[in-house]
Design a protein around this ligand. Sequence first.
Ligand SMILES: Cc1cc2nc3c(=O)[nH]c(=O)nc-3n(C[C@H](O)[C@H](O)[C@H](O)COP(=O)(O)OP(=O)(O)OC[C@H]3O[C@@H](n4cnc5c(N)ncnc54)[C@H](O)[C@@H]3O)c2cc1C
Length: 309
Amino acid sequence: MQKLRLFKSYIKNKKFGKFVIFDIRQLADYTTIKAGGPAKCFIETPNLDILKDIFEFICKNNIEFNIIGNGSNLLISDKGFDGAVISIKNIPKRLYSEGNYLFVSGNIEVPHILKMCQEYQLSGLEFLNGIPGMIGGMVEMNAGAFDCSIGNVIKEIVIINENGELEKISSSFIQFGYRKINIKKKNYIIVEAIFKMKKESQKRIKDLCDKYYNNRSFRFLLDYCTFGSVFKNGEDYYAGELLDRCGLKGYRIGNAQIFEKHANFIINLGNATSYDIYKLIKKMKKEVLEKFNIVLEPEVRFWGDFSDA
Ligand SMILES: Cc1cc2nc3c(=O)[nH]c(=O)nc-3n(C[C@H](O)[C@H](O)[C@H](O)COP(=O)(O)OP(=O)(O)OC[C@H]3O[C@@H](n4cnc5c(N)ncnc54)[C@H](O)[C@@H]3O)c2cc1C
């Protein structure tokens, strides 16, 4: 509370009030699963300088924070998140090429990128077609499909570090894992990614985009409120297959349901609570552990307290 008071007076003194909503009632609207409670504050700035200033203050004062992109991989507790949520959605959008390099600001989504890739005749990111994230979130998650992941194409990223400075990090200093990265820093915001692409004809790029999109077994999921895969696959198993063999397709708690066409997805049928969704995740994990002695690892990221669920 003390820290929040300090933060409020900093925001007031700096006249940043219009970029911060205090006591935001629900974060559900900022997620694709459409569930989640309040947050102490929500920050959305129109330019990088203000964001740098605020982020430096947050880090220096150890204020708890989380960054949100498109919210397509998040489950936020109904009790909410007891800290600051930072969105980079409104920073200036930049997308341009120099030679074979593609520069993309962290708030840009896949359809726009792929459209420009065709225009610039640059190939390499087509496999992202159909993933509903923003570049910042996709880099943080090392998003991927069809055995390709975004880390394979990154040359460097630009972050705002905890001193509120822009810092470039070359891909050789980034560890890209399965739906995670490690840049050996605790506090950062990814604001840009630079990709090493290949020259290719417009037609070939368009064909690849279509091929990847049409081959996505869960492209129809875009019509539902969901956060994509609940669990990661293992080296020798597909989480969806194990869950299917547990007979969980269609299983429901409240208005949260395991998707009938693919057991590694949960959909919100309307006003599902995060607790219902979390309970479903616990059920899925328990069934697979009991039947196959395998501990599934969630792909979705959790914010806030789920201890009551
Ligand atoms: C229908 C559907 C299909 C999907 N298919 C795929 C798929 O094929 N492959 C795949 O990999 N994923 C898939 N996903 C999951 C999701 O889209 C990806 O994980 C995506 O990378 C998340 O991006 P986002 O912007 O929504 O991030 P968010 O969900 O907002 O955030 C995810 C994580 O990244 C962090 N983060 C977000 N922005 C930043 C930033 N600028 N700087 C630092 N950290 C940040 C957040 O704090 C959080 O920890 C799918 C999701 C849905 C709903």
